[in-house]
Design a binder for this molecule. Structure first.
Ligand SMILES: Cc1cc2nc3c(=O)[nH]c(=O)nc-3n(C[C@H](O)[C@H](O)[C@H](O)COP(=O)(O)OP(=O)(O)OC[C@H]3O[C@@H](n4cnc5c(N)ncnc54)[C@H](O)[C@@H]3O)c2cc1C
Length: 391
């Protein structure tokens, strides 16, 4: 029996083993042993998810050794990474080829495999999630076969696997759309919250990336805009909000205080009203919460289980100290998010049922159909995913 916890320490498990795997043979032997032995296998990136996607009493595969850039294709503008590669390990090798990721999130500690499995995203109205940037996948299925899939071959497997919740197979390699390398310049300022919301369309369209944080009790929001620049990098890098350097040097931040997080994707037009309601919820019912609301944007995509599927999206995140019980606040906030057609981030806290999700996703049943087809006995499911299984 091993001990396992996620990044925040809030989730824990006692799997029979946690195994570091870096080769197809090692992963295949774990899958076949689990299938024959009747235990489950969950594949971990860096355990940064707040939703219990990984806890199991079976085996947790730690994919950190499954790492590195495999190849680039400059004609197609794609790059293939082993799935355990951390996002911070993508930037420099891509730059050596004159390339860069299309976008990345708030931190760069996650794995590429984990980022695509939950629809991880950054901010920018024209920029989609990691899942939407996938152009090809190599997947090791529970029967031991390795299948390559893409938008024009093994299409259903591709659709299910590019946002898979870790339940379709073990992703070995991920091919991502990339672009020519670019430098970014960021700016940070304080602005009255009401003014930010009045100007939100202007702010989100003026630069490549815009986001803001608003802390309970404050009149002003902390705004951040980041845009492409031809200016040379400035080293040493300034603090967050003042950096001018390569994209992968400017986009990530340090988020060291352990917390939990709930995030909902809302149709863009509802973003301002939704935030106003969450703000009111905080002041009226949860005045002791000190953690912020974060507001970002994501482009619409067509990924089966993407929270941004079919609609231009605003993501609204709420946070709470990991030592505090977030349940009442998050449940109340979830009702607000749901009243604005919110869809949950797959890697963050939510309390939805399969009935709720079937209403959110037109391909929910199809996703389960493909998943169950390649893993009929549920080797890749844990308790949380079994709860979500389509009826
Ligand atoms: C401090 C912090 C900041 C964050 N910032 C952002 C942000 O800016 N934007 C955002 O969208 N999210 C953000 N997140 C959420 C985070 O990006 C997601 O939870 C992401 O899935 C974590 O990646 P991971 O490598 O840690 O995956 P894990 O948490 O280890 O796993 C997540 C899922 O990926 C699956 N998985 C991992 N590797 C594989 C593989 N090789 N094959 C098959 N399945 C696999 C797992 O089985 C699991 O279902 C943040 C989380 C934290 C804690």
């Amino acid at each position: 029996m091993a001990e396992w916890t996620n990044w925040s320490g809030k989730l824990s498990a006692e799997p029979r083993r946690v195994v570091q795997v870096g080769t197809v043979d090692a992963i295949r032997s774990e899958l076949l042993a689990a299938r024959d032995g009747g235990w489950s296998v969950r594949t971990a990136g860096t355990a940064h998810s707040h939703y219990p996607l990984l806890p199991t009493d079976g085996v947790i595969l730690d994919t950190r050794p499954l790492s590195g850039l495999v190849s680039v294709d400059k004609d197609a503008m794609t790059a293939t990474f082993r799935a355990g590669t951390k996002i911070h390990a993508c930037g420099r090798p891509l730059l050596e080829h004159g390339l860069g990721l299309l976008n990345q999130g708030d931190i760069d500690q996650q794995s590429v495999g984990g980022a695509i499995a939950t629809g991880t995203h950054g901010t920018g109205i024209h920029l989609g999630s990691f899942s939407s940037a996938v152009t090809e996948l190599s997947v090791l299925l529970v029967d031991g076969s390795v299948v390559t899939c893409g938008p024009d071959f093994e299409t259903d497997l591709f659709e299910a696997a590019r946002l898979s919740l870790g339940a379709v197979g073990v992703i070995l390699e991920v091919t991502l759309q990339v672009r020519e390398a670019y430098r970014l310049e960021e700016q940070r300022w304080l602005e009255p919250f009401e003014s930010v919301m009045e100007r939100i369309e202007e702010l989100t369209t003026a630069t490549r990336h815009f986001e803001y944080f608003w802390y309970p009790g404050q009149d002003r929001a902390i705004c951040k805009s980041i845009d492409i620049t031809e200016k040379p990098s400035q080293y040493p890098l300034g603090d967050e909000g003042q950096r001018l350097a390569w994209g992968f040097e400017v986009l990530p931040n340090q988020r060291l205080d352990p917390h939990t997080e709930m995030e909902y994707s809302i149709p863009t037009e509802h973003g301002p009203s939704c935030v106003a309601d969450i703000k009111h919820l905080l002041s009226s019912s949860y005045p002791d919460v000190v953690w912020p609301i974060e507001y970002r944007t994501v482009a619409a995509d067509d990924v089966w289980l993407s929270p941004a599927r079919g609609r231009a999206t605003v993501t609204v995140s709420i946070h709470e100290d990991v030592q505090r019980d977030e349940t009442a606040y998050y449940r109340a906030a979830e009702s607000v998010f749901r009243s604005y057609e919110g869809r949950p981030h797959w890697g963050k806290v939510h309390y939805l049922s399969t009935e709720d999700l079937a209403g959110d996703y037109d391909r929910w049943q199809d996703w389960w159909h493909v998943r169950d087809g390649v893993d009929p006995t549920g080797v890749l499911l844990n308790d949380a995913l079994r709860e979500l299984r389509a009826l």
